[in-house]
Design a protein around this ligand. Structure first.
Ligand SMILES: Cc1ncc(COP(=O)(O)O)c(C=O)c1O
Length: 413
């Protein structure tokens, strides 16, 4: 019932931006990001020892924010004094309203803790809610810092491998529960929507995961950083929108950083409804020496949450166009590469097993011949060395260049 209610909200949301509103923003413009200390474009030399690669790897976007948001940030910059800060009522209201308006969830202000990033939130939750040597569950292939944060904090990772069949990913629930019981798992790191496989988990799937975790007393860190990028015919259901009883052990990780490309401003909202869990999280946060947040990050987050709806709606349409472009290109010219159809996120997961069975040859094709800097499947888990993750949050012309380079590289190899 609760899930149906949420789905109705989404249908209303879909009607919000009418046809005549659309087309205000231009995502085709290419901006040169080189020499801006930008990880994606400027660190090729440092990280790969070369400067000839087209970078479609790290998850940030090559799009610029609209003027109405830039001017809010600029106004604050012009004030010229950047002392310590804390989120005020207007920030809290903007966050609360965004979560209510776009995701149908109600939060209380005091549930939120502002931290510098969602990964920081994951690491803090691991230390707060588990002991060294405890087991933490993940579902590979998954965003690689999940595993890194578990291991660097001296916990043990347990993997419930996602099942890949007919170009789709699903969850093996029996294995999920077995892994929890056999390893006395304390915490589950959920990626929702899922990076890199692009699944937007259904309400039924989330209910099943939630119910199993609840029955076995497992905390759930639901990383919903990609929750604003959901394509037609799919709905993101927040873990916080499930039955109230699941909130007892929930840590919800959110941020405007992916949605509005403000990762460099270092603000994430970690929402913890249960007081005891929240206090444990905050103690660990204090132990790391973190207290006040980034003033420009707060200003930007408030501004995008108040003024960014239409920009985002148009961006999602543009990204869907990019997905269609890749789909058609592969169908016509490179049918040996299989697209795992994304339901959400701007990260597209490509299966190269029809091109080669050798991961070194794949690297040679992508990096040396096509001169593309993608994220290789091997970093997301053991079984996905023949996959590549491509970031499609760029102008269509950049994507065309990338796909044509890939085509030439494969045809000439
Ligand atoms: C699933 C997921 N979580 C977290 C992050 C990073 O979040 P932050 O920069 O807030 O630590 C990313 C970035 O790609 C991501 O894909």
């Amino acid at each position: 019932m609760r899930i149906l209610e949420l789905q109705c909200r989404y249908m209303l949301k879909a009607e919000r931006s009418t046809e005549s509103d659309m087309g205000k923003y231009n995502f085709d413009t290419y901006y040169d990001r080189r020499n801006t200390s930008c990880l994606k474009w400027d660190f090729g030399l440092e990280r790969k020892n070369r400067d000839d690669l087209l970078p479609l790897w790290v998850a940030d976007m090559d799009f610029k924010l609209p003027e109405e948001i830039l001017s809010d940030i600029e106004e604050r910059v012009r004030h010229g004094i950047f002392g310590y800060t804390d989120p005020k009522e207007d920030y809290k209201a903007a966050l609360r309203n965004w979560l209510q308006r776009r995701h149908g969830i109600e939060i209380e202000d005091e549930w939120n803790t502002v931290v510098p990033g969602v990964v920081y939130g994951i690491a803090t939750a691991i230390r707060a809610l588990t002991e060294p040597g405890d087991h933490v569950l993940i579902q590979q292939p998954v965003y690689y810092p999940f595993l890194e944060m578990i291991e660097i904090n001296n916990r043990k990772a347990v993997n419930n491998q996602l099942v890949y069949k007919n170009r789709c990913y699903s969850i093996d629930f029996e294995d999920f529960e077995k892994k929890i019981v056999n390893n006395d798992v304390k915490l589950f790191l959920l990626c929702s929507p899922h990076n890199p496989v692009g699944r937007v988990w259904t309400g039924q799937e989330l209910e099943r995961l939630a119910e199993i975790c609840y029955r076995h007393g497992v905390y759930v860190f639901s990383d919903e950083i990609h929750f604003d990028f959901v394509y037609k015919r799919h709905e993101h259901i927040s873990f916080a929108g499930l039955d109230d009883k699941y909130k007892e052990r929930l840590i919800l990780g959110t941020s405007a950083s992916k949605t509005f490309n403000i990762a460099g401003l270092q603000v994430a909202n970690i929402i913890i409804p249960n007081k005891d869990v929240r206090e444990r999280f905050r103690r660990e946060n204090e132990a790391a020496g973190y207290s006040q947040s980034n003033i420009l990050g707060l200003v930007a987050t408030k501004s995008v949450y108040e003024k960014g709806d239409q920009w985002l709606d148009e961006l999602i349409e543009y990204l869907e166009g990019n997905v269609s472009y890749i789909r058609e290109f592969l169908k016509e010219k490179l049918p040996e590469i299989k697209l795992v159809e994304p339901e959400g996120t701007y990260l597209v997961w490509l299966d190269f097993s029809g091109v080669t069975r050798d991961k070194n040859e794949l690297k040679d094709i992508v990096l040396e011949k096509a001169k593309l800097w993608l994220d290789p499947g091997s970093i997301f888990g053991k079984e996905t060395a023949l996959f590549e993750r491509i970031n499609i949050a760029c102008p269509r012309s950049t994507l065309e260049l990338a796909m044509n380079r890939l085509y030439e590289a494969i045809k000439n190899s």
